[in-house]
Design a protein around this ligand. Structure first.
Ligand SMILES: Cc1cc2nc3c(=O)[nH]c(=O)nc-3n(C[C@H](O)[C@H](O)[C@H](O)COP(=O)(O)OP(=O)(O)OC[C@H]3O[C@@H](n4cnc5c(N)ncnc54)[C@H](O)[C@@H]3O)c2cc1C
Length: 411
């Protein structure tokens, strides 16, 4: 097996979080390799096609991407700011409305296709000396305690040595499994059906979320009056939803959304995902660290997964850069624990708050059902609390890394 060289950091997985981590570390002067089995195209051919995978990004994520120099590439491709969010439930007329103007902000965040963010980051990686190892699978990781080096073997490729291995390889992380790190998990017994649609009525730059007994239904506002849907169903209905004829799919969306945006006039590719909350029992080991979905997955109804992952990336970049500047062994356990202490509690808090939502909106055919509609009305009138919630969702919770709140990148 050939030796492909020696780097400071090997990032396994070049999705949004892995690519952001690799880019930030390369910008901070680390010698970085990134291994990705399915590289994205950095070209943008998709102007009239809409990917089913989209994310709502917070302003903290915007700031992180700006500081990495990737925001311009995102804007040049396709992104849409939304001004408000309306939440209601099927069995009542109360509505909870969040509005950018009420917190004196230009918007409440952005809706963007995942492959837009990923390709804008990869475009920047090409301008930095990151060794991109594409189209290969990780076969094994061996740690040599004498040299403090990890040796990564790649199928049909060769091997690479690194001081630090970063697992950014998503929910089914091989790095996490190879490191023997266990998972706490909870199966929501739900799936999310996603895809873009055009509706007859304008989405009014608003994200709409309707709670139904089967699970929520959401429209996320995209450009050209396209909305990305997130349609939550019991997991046993996943095959049915994917197999619907186009006509029946449009009708089901109309019903699930209570016709709020009129008829569905055009649809694009749809996809579906079973939903599980996962939390790695540890984020770090000597010489190894997990970020993004490799460390945690969360119910997507509040659109937080990649936002948490980008905060992981920003904090890890900060911690490693400071350790390097102070001549500390940046891959050592005490340094990596600083990252884990900073991020694990925050991620757990957001995961658990999703459970709160789930509990509140799950029907019990009793007191909770009767209380929900008055609760929504009351919550809608609670201006200061609502504004605090918007600000936390938009900007994140302290302590935040500097790169999530201050612009320091000068293009
Ligand atoms: C239906 C749905 C809706 C969502 N909506 C939102 C939202 O609105 N807002 C939000 O913030 N989040 C949202 N999320 C969550 C968000 O999509 C994820 O948190 C995010 O994609 C995780 O990014 P990642 O880079 O950590 O992992 P991934 O996107 O999974 O990337 C992992 C990468 O690693 C590569 N890889 C995997 N294994 C290997 C290997 N062995 N060797 C080499 N490469 C490997 C993969 O090819 C992939 O490119 C949603 C999720 C779902 C399912």
């Amino acid at each position: 097996m050939s030796q492909m060289g020696e780097v400071d950091v090997a990032v396994v997985g070049g999705g949004m979080v892995g690519a952001a981590t690799a880019l930030g570390l390369a910008q901070a002067g680390f010698k970085v390799a990134m291994i990705e089995r399915q590289p994205p195209s950095t070209l943008w051919f998709c102007a009239c096609d809409y990917s089913p995978r989209v994310s709502a990004l917070t302003r903290a994520s915007e700031m992180i991407l700006r500081n990495l120099g990737a925001w311009q590439g995102v804007e040049m491709r396709r992104i849409h700011p939304f001004q408000s969010m309306r939440i209601w439930e099927e069995s009542g007329d109360a509505e909870l409305v969040f509005d950018a103007a009420s917190v004196k902000q230009p918007n409440l965040g952005y809706v963007v296709e995942n492959n837009v963010v990923q390709s804008a980051l990869w475009e920047q990686l090409e301008h930095h000396a990151v060794q991109l190892i594409c189209g290969y699978e990780l076969a094994s990781i061996q740690f040599d305690s004498a040299s403090n080096q990890a040796c990564l073997a790649l199928t049909d490729f060769g091997q690479l040595s690194a001081q630090l291995v970063i697992g950014a390889d998503g929910a089914f992380s091989q790095v996490r499994q190879m490191a023997g790190i266990g998972l706490d998990q909870h199966d929501y017994a739900q799936c999310a059906v996603v895809g873009c649609v055009r509706t007859q009525a304008s989405h009014q730059d608003t994200c709409w979320q309707r709670y139904r007994a089967e699970g929520p239904f959401a429209f996320l506002a995209m450009p050209d009056n396209i909305s990305s849907i997130a349609w939550y169903l019991p997991v046993e209905k996943m095959a049915w939803a994917l197999g619907l004829s186009d006509e029946d799919y449009r009708e089901q969306i109309y019903q699930a959304s209570d016709g709020r945006l009129g008829a569905v006039v055009e649809t694009w590719e749809r996809a579906a995902f079973p939903l599980t909350r996962r939390h790695a029992q540890h984020y770090v080991k000597p010489g190894l660290v997990l970020v993004g979905d490799a460390a945690h997955t969360i119910h997507p109804q509040a659109g937080q997964g990649v936002n948490l992952g980008l905060l992981d990336a920003a904090v890890l970049i900060d911690v490693l850069t400071q350790a390097k500047a102070q001549n500390e062994a940046y891959a050592s356990y005490p340094v990596l624990r600083r990252y884990e202490r900073w991020r694990r509690g925050d991620n757990a808090l957001v995961q658990r708050s999703m459970e709160g939502f789930d509990w509140l909106f799950k029907s019990d055919k009793g007191v909770k059902d009767a209380m929900r509609n008055p609760f929504l009305s009351l919550a809608n009138l609670a201006g200061p609390i609502k504004n605090l919630l918007i600000k936390q969702a938009l900007f994140g919770r302290e302590p935040l890394p500097n790169s999530a709140k201050t612009l320091h990148y000068l293009p």
